[in-house]
Design a protein around this ligand. Structure first.
Ligand code: NAD
Length: 291
């Protein structure tokens, strides 16, 4: 397939490289990142999009996505598909999709989970919003870049699924970390805590797959000095998107709101920037009831 790829950063570069390795013809554009192997670079986003059957975007946020969409939609061939894999706010995703559809184009929002490791290995999970025909066009590309693509409904629903999932993740990670810190103070051994909770009703992915306590459970960023993994900064981004969506939809999300506030403090006022999001455990360890 002839593919335009805009945004060749930490995630976009390995995704584009996998498409090239699978035999697709990829023309890329980025404001600063270098060309991944096999990707020919265009001089602008509009040039990268011209003549492409699918244009993939992997950009930092909704404002940038809207600006890039403004440049590329007029250049895209009728029937081509805009496949946005960035994590952005639901409102921006829906706005861009309706502009694309008005221009006779297909549009999908398809944020990913799996991180840089999943992007390099081609094992991402895509959560996809948009029409059936566009999903069918993009399916072979999801198969190259990932291991699973779930069609979640119309435009914006991929972003909705992503931020709801990550809101649960942020909340359960905090709950798991504060429970470990309480267990420490009650004299409970961390291995015993893991053995009980991982097979009891308090279990979650945060405990069983990504345990925040070093030396306990499967290998995780805690065993590597809390080097990300999934950075606390990115968790904060996703929690803020969940709260922006909750505002728009008038949904009551007290735990998500509190998780967003805690990660904001951790990243912006404490030592959380650049650390894995499970480094909430050493944060709680050092604190008392009044701190
Ligand atoms: P990144 O900052 O490494 O890459 C973004 C790229 O976009 C940069 O190379 C930047 O130069 C480029 N860019 C910015 N504005 C542009 C423009 N107007 N035109 C062309 N290029 C432009 O970020 P990343 O880690 O690759 O993340 C990309 C998206 O994927 C984000 O929305 C992020 O939330 C999401 N995501 C990241 C991860 C992760 O682990 N890194 C995991 C899941 C989802």
């Amino acid at each position: 397939m002839k593919i335009g790829f805009i945004g060749l950063g930490n995630m976009g570069a390995p995704m584009a490289a996998n498409l090239v390795a699978a035999g697709h013809q990829v023309t890329g554009f980025d404001l600063s990142a270098p060309a991944p192997d096999g990707v020919s670079m265009a001089a602008s986003a509009a040039e990268a999009a011209t003549g492409a059957e699918v244009v993939i975007t992997m950009l930092p946020n909704g404002a940038i996505l809207k600006a890039v969409a403004g440049e590329i939609l007029p250049e895209m061939a009728p029937g081509a598909v805009l496949l946005d894999c960035s994590t952005v706010d639901v409102a921006s995703a829906r706005e861009v999709a309706s502009q694309a559809e008005a221009a006779g184009l297909g549009a999908l929002d398809a944020p990913v989970s799996g991180g840089v490791g999943g992007a390099a290995a081609g094992t991402l999970t895509f959560m996809v919003g948009g029409g059936e025909a566009a999903f069918a066009t993009a399916k072979p590309l999801f198969d190259v870049m990932g291991q699973k693509a779930v069609h979640c409904g119309p435009a914006g629903n991929g972003q909705a699924a992503k931020i709801c999932n990550n809101m649960i993740l942020g909340v359960t990670m905090i709950a798991t970390c504060e429970a470990f810190a309480l267990a420490d103070k009650l004299g409970l051994d961390r291995q015993a805590m893991f053995d009980v909770v991982s097979t009891s009703s308090g279990q979650s992915w945060s405990m069983t797959t990504y345990c925040p306590a070093p030396g306990v459970g499967p290998k995780s960023p805690a065993d590597n000095g809390y080097t990300p993994g999934f950075a606390a900064d990115l968790m904060l981004k996703d929690l803020r998107l969940s709260q922006a969506a909750a505002e728009d939809a008038d949904a009551d999300t007290p735990m998500g709101q509190l998780a967003a506030a805690l990660y904001a403090r951790f990243v912006e006022e404490e030592d959380g920037k650049g650390r894995d999001f499970s480094a909430m455990l050493p944060r709680f360890e050092g604190r008392g009831r009044s701190s």
